[in-house]
Ligand binder design. Sequence first.
Ligand code: KIV
Length: 316
Amino acid sequence: MTHAGSIRQVCGGALEDIVSLTPIGGHRPSRKITTATLREKKFQRDTITCLTAYDYATARLVDEAGIDIVLVGDSLAMTMLGYENTLSVTVDEMLHHVKAVRRGVKDALLIADMPYGSYQADANEAIHNAARFVKEGGAEAVKMEGGEKRVDVIRRVIDAEIPVAGHIGLTPQSVNMMGGYKVQGKTLNGIEQLMRDAVALDRAGVACIYLEGIPREVAAMITAEIETPTIGIGAGPDCDGQVLVFHDLVNLAFAQPPKFVRRYGDAAALITHAVLAFKADVGSHQFPNDAESYHLPKETQAALETVLHRKQALRR
Ligand code: KIV
């Protein structure tokens, strides 16, 4: 294949559209997902997949399985750090995880969640914090909760060349304002507000919009109305994509899952079984066995025995 041909294959576009000969992600042939890929997928009606990941190993597995978006969600406050909700997690705590995930992700679009308090006060602070996720963490987009009332800040961050993912509906950072984790958009007023939020984010040019905890009928209306890809969680099957929290997917969340979660595996059972088996084998001296041990070379063994015999003889 010619150089131009290989570049075209790697970058996935017409050569004349490519301004840099350095493909994103190095010289490895890749299916690198970008924000443009998400729009293309919506256009082609090709469903977008997204999972959260918070560490290197999980990020690698999710990326290598071909998931389109890896989201370092602020849900890590609960899943990784054991906090009660997402409100306490800080930018520095989030960054620690984003950096680890960056090292594990090659092809997926990497989105970092902006934690509560890092973007609500003013746009300059939002840009400063979003840029940290890009520069220090290697994120390719940041996610912020809120629709109409957050749109000015979101525009400023996009103007600073940072793609933004929106998040509307049941926004966990608003738990105290909502009075709990409640499905949103169940009244005519609620539906109207959600539509205004979605349209405002669409016009602001966000990369995608997460729709959380809303009736499927409303998610379907929003998805049909706007050009921005929608990614649902508890929003029914008519969104342009679906996301789940990784720990819910594999039963590591230590909680009764909400009804929209489907468990695809039981990592809790797998890990518990392995840990109990290790404990039992160590207790009964079956681990480690001889094959799992290192041995002295024959000459050293012979020399050691000679030394030990001499010592014994001297003691007598
Ligand atoms: O923090 C998170 O995991 C999220 C997803 C549920 C969308 O925001």
